[in-house]
Design a protein around this ligand. Sequence first.
Ligand code: G6P
Ligand code: MG
Length: 230
Amino acid sequence: MKLKDNLLMRTKACIFDLDGVLVDTAKYHFLAWKRLTGMLKIKFTEKDNERLKGVSRMASLDIILEIGNVTLDDDLKEEYAGLKNKWYVDYITSMTPAEILPGSLEFIRELKGAGIKVALGSASKNTPMIISRVGMENLFDAVADGNIVSKAKPDPEVFLTAAKMLGVPPENCVVFEDAVAGIEAAHNAGMLCVGIGSDKMLKKAGIVVSGLDKMSLNKLREIEKISYHE
Ligand code: G6P
Ligand code: MG
């Protein structure tokens, strides 16, 4: 195997998922879905919640209804998704910068210092509110979120949109993702993906670290060496 000559300079942009990578909002999504499933008398566990990571609000509701074997018409689905979001927004309204996951700010600042662009790529329509509450609103060179893309991960739309906003080709982007659907979306976009979480859950990513506190520019360069060979 021969390493590509330009491998050290290959990454020109890093695209970060929000929920579960930069902030731990999964617990708030869980609490809000739990209230809804309680109302609908559907048994919903933390394991079920794993299936909702990276999945859009409506697609999440569809999974939950499937778990409970419940069928609803579209109007009622809209109403329940709205209710869940109202509860979720109540939780995230009181988020603070202390909820940024360890290592996130340090790694992003190191990347920016090295001239690597950074973007956010999230399915969440609540992205603007979350990044403002935790004080990250001025950190990114581009934000692609659920308000500007319509196709849910594993469709690559959100990451391709972020790359386009940055003016960086997909093959020069590295995605950081905690969800299986998100890892697939990154691969579908033709991007390298680093899984954030447990090896077992994220086998598909190829490379997994437990959190951004395990990342650095040096580590990124090691990952490039392992990944970009032919
Ligand atoms: C992220 C989360 C999902 C959530 C989705 C939509 O991808 O991982 O659990 O369903 O965003 O979030 P929203 O804030 O728009 O309901
Ligand atoms: Mg996520």
